[in-house]
Design a protein around this ligand. Structure first.
Ligand SMILES: Nc1ncnc2c1ncn2[C@@H]1O[C@H](COP(=O)(O)OP(=O)(O)OP(=O)(O)O)[C@@H](O)[C@H]1O
Length: 212
């Protein structure tokens, strides 16, 4: 799915070789500042590597139209972004931006229920708690029907019980629809419980080679 060869980004990342398989749940694990978010951002073209190559489905990601790439590879960032308006507006905004058909309230409510969020679609999004915003942002990208989900600490604001329910739902969705998820967590337990494969940043990032 993704193949990285000799990829360098500033003095932050230097990855000699990395293959990320498709249709799997992959966890990126490593200490704070080890480059996990930076790597995710490079996989959907939010950041561009300085050297080397990143192939997505056997084609350099530099050759993709960025909008097309981000339709296939969606990212949930660490800080959930809420736009002015209701929960419904915030769920549908991705579909609106990409000029796709809106979905019915029933589907939105079902998705919120799966994510353990009992809020009205008419509630103001900016009044939600941090954990509620995180789940609305999560639901927003799940509606995008992408093939790869890049999830940067998707459950960091959730209590343990809710975290497990949200992760269970995500895993079920990935397996059912044969998707790929690459997620970052600081919890070893969550990484080991949910990932098919754990990529340890200390194993792949040789940044000291270029910064020394
Ligand atoms: N665009 C950028 N330009 C320069 N430095 C950056 C940029 N983005 C991140 N950094 C730096 O790169 C390093 C890696 O940051 P990154 O956010 O990728 O780490 P992380 O592993 O995701 O950390 P955390 O677990 O704390 O979220 C940090 O030292 C950060 O300050």
């Amino acid at each position: 799915m993704f193949m990285l060869n000799n990829v360098v980004f500033r003095d932050i990342l230097h990855i000699d070789k990395l293959e990320i398989p498709d249709r799997k749940v992959i966890c990126l694990f490593g200490e704070s500042g080890s480059g996990k978010s930076t790597l995710l951002k490079m996989l959907n073209g939010l950041l561009t590597h300085d050297h080397g190559e990143i192939l997505f489905q056997n084609q350099s990601i530099l050759e993709y139209n960025p909008i097309e790439l981000r339709r296939k590879v969606v990212m949930l960032g660490q800080d959930p972004i809420m736009f002015e308006g209701t929960v419904r507006d915030n769920l549908l905004i991705g579909l609106d931006f990409s000029e796709r058909e809106r979905v019915e309230d029933a589907k939105l409510l079902n998705l919120l229920k799966e994510l353990e969020l009992s809020k009205s679609l008419d509630d103001e999004a900016d009044k939600l708690s941090g954990g509620e915003k995180q789940r609305v942002a999560f639901a927003r990208i799940l509606l995008m029907d992408a093939v790869i989900y890049l999830l940067d600490e998707p459950t960091s604001a959730l209590d343990e019980g809710t975290e497990h329910k949200v992760m269970d739902f995500m895993i079920h969705r990935v397996q059912q629809d044969q998707l790929t998820a690459i997620f970052v967590t600081h919890s070893k337990e969550v990484a080991e419980q949910y990932a098919d494969q754990i990529i340890y940043m200390e194993d792949i990032n040789k940044k000291e080679v270029i910064s020394s």
